[in-house]
Design a protein around this ligand. Structure first.
Ligand code: ADP
Ligand code: MG
Length: 499
């Protein structure tokens, strides 16, 4: 494959070394477990957390005479993912055997796709940030391919003093390997890219993206070069299983390579492992080449073929994806790009927001969801599923502000009450006497009292009209925050005789 360099060096992504700046080049191979009830070529269950070897059919155990049968659901999921990555869907693809010693895959080869994958080139738009100024920058990361393959089982070396055990539950589970082009230029970009892939797949329902259950993991290819120069030799860091570790592995590996090159050494193409405890990568084996695997088409499986109508039918039923949702939040609901990005990052949050915003002011709903609800969830360590304030309750609080029943300030208190005690916001306003005072007589009395008590401030305010805000604050305080702020503002100005 000839690699095409699609990006010019970005000064803010460069790493400075003793001999000048270095540019980091990154390409990721992400392994995403397909959401399906059964495995890629057998009817065994894929459910997480079963007892060892509970989910193993005779096919997965590679008993003599067993034959693989393709699971159509996995094929559909791969096509749907390909569509979500705006990628070419190949109407004909081929399953190959990748031969290797796999201690936890009894077939002795992995069924994968090599020359003819089910999905070809695509692109993912990734928002990187926020930087110190709170800005996001969009980059495009090219997708090289997506292919279907089997996962392997798990060897367990810590169960018995002298023996190793094997758990084949994962053996044969369908994976999508999503290979990016080497378009990524920093640890932050790589983390944002994997996060975006996960978001897209969660929206599609094609991979649950649970990294702590192993549903998503990445092989991280890293090389360094002088900015804009020839691509350097890459090392591949295998099986990194958290987004944070992906970032740390890239930073450690880039530093290691820079140190070697600045010392006059050269990089050996290797497969490495990241050790999170030490924060460094270490050599695992020298890099194998594709021809070492003796790939050949699996004679037990026919080429995988479907027609364009099959793809079109799947395309017609795709859900709205995060980029489209963000676009709609901005154009139809008037949200800022920043707020829209925050809301679409997780589908559950976007759905919650839409419930709150339905029939209401979108910007106001966005503010309450992002600043108040997500803020409170974050502070209390709760997830959205555990929220004590439902979308209906938050919507009701917003309605109470909108119709003038409560002020924005009281609304914050009301939110606290609903958060800790629950209840219907409108009833709470009644029972706790939180209603906004719009009766001008009562407000006027409070304004008069504040003015009478502060003759010096009155003088100052006449000279400097912005001082009126101080009076408004005092009146709000005196009325327990329940006076209508607009009415207070108008009265204060009238009484002081300022514009
Ligand atoms: P393999 O299967 O041998 O690992 P692939 O052709 O599938 O090789 O590519 C693996 C990954 O390596 C791709 O994501 C690609 O973008 C990335 N890559 C290729 N060249 C470089 C490079 N010089 N530096 C960093 N990443 C690279
Ligand atoms: Mg690889």
């Amino acid at each position: 494959m000839t690699i095409i360099d699609t990006r010019t060096p970005d000064p803010k992504r460069l790493i400075s070394g003793a001999t000048g700046d270095w540019e980091v080049i990154i390409g990721l191979e992400v392994h995403a477990q397909v959401s399906s009830h059964s495995k890629l070529f057998s009817g065994a269950s894929t459910v997480f957390g079963s007892a060892p070897n509970d989910n193993v059919s005779l096919v997965d155990a590679a008993m003599p005479g067993m034959l693989p049968v393709i699971n159509e659901e996995c094929v559909k999921q791969a096509i749907r993912t390909g569509l979500g990555l705006k990628a070419q869907i190949n109407l004909k693809s081929v399953f190959d055997r990748k031969n290797y010693f796999y201690p936890d895959l009894p077939q002795g080869y992995q069924i994968s796709q090599f020359k003819q994958p089910i999905v070809g080139e695509g692109t993912v738009t990734v928002s990187v940030g926020p930087d110190r100024q709170g800005h996001f920058e969009d980059i495009e990361v090219g997708i090289e391919r997506l292919h279907l393959e089997q996962d392997a089982g798990k060897s367990m070396h810590d169960q018995h003093p002298t023996m190793s055990y094997v758990d084949l539950n994962r053996s044969g589970v369908a994976l999508m390997e999503i290979v990016s082009k080497p378009d990524i230029r920093s640890a932050d970009e790589a983390k944002a890219y994997v996060t975006k892939l996960r978001t897209i797949m969660r929206y599609l329902g094609t991979c649950d993206g649970n990294m702590d259950e192993g549903s998503l993991r990445a092989d991280v290819n890293v090389s360094v070069r002088k900015p804009g120069g020839e691509f350097g030799t890459r090392c591949e860091i295998k099986n990194v299983n958290s987004i944070r570790f992906i970032g740390q592995a890239i930073e450690a590996e880039a530093q290691r390579q820079i140190a070697i090159l600045e010392d006059g050494g050269k990089i050996d193409q290797e497969t490495r492992l990241f050790d999170p405890a030490k924060g460094e990568t270490r050599s695992m084996r020298s890099k194998e080449e594709a021809h070492d695997y003796r790939y050949f088409p699996d004679p037990d499986l026919l080429p995988l073929e479907f027609d364009q109508a099959y793809v079109d039918a799947l395309a017609a039923h795709l859900p709205e994806l995060p980029d489209q949702k963000k676009e709609r939040f901005v154009s139809a609901m008037g949200l800022s790009a920043y707020d829209a990005s925050v809301l679409v990052a997780e589908k559950a949050v976007a759905d919650f927001f839409e419930k709150v915003a339905e029939g209401r002011d979108g910007k106001m709903a966005a503010n309450w969801v992002i600043n108040d609800l997500l803020g409170a969830l974050n502070k209390s360590g709760k997830t959205l599923e555990e929220t004590p304030v439902s979308a209906a309750q938050l919507g009701a609080i917003i309605d109470l502000i909108k119709d003038g029943t409560i002020s924005g300030k009281i609304a914050k208190d009301l939110f606290e009450i609903v958060w800790t005690e629950g209840g219907d916001p409108r009833d709470l306003v009644e029972s706790r006497g939180l209603k906004q005072v719009t009766d001008t007589g009562a407000i006027e009395k409070a304004v008069d009292e504040v003015i009478a008590a502060n003759p010096d401030k009155v003088e100052q305010a006449r000279a400097k009209p912005t001082m009126a805000g101080w009076f408004v604050g005092q009146v709000m305080k005196a009325t327990g925050g329940k006076a209508n702020p607009q009415a207070v503002n108008d009265l204060v100005k009238a009484k002081l005789g300022i514009e």
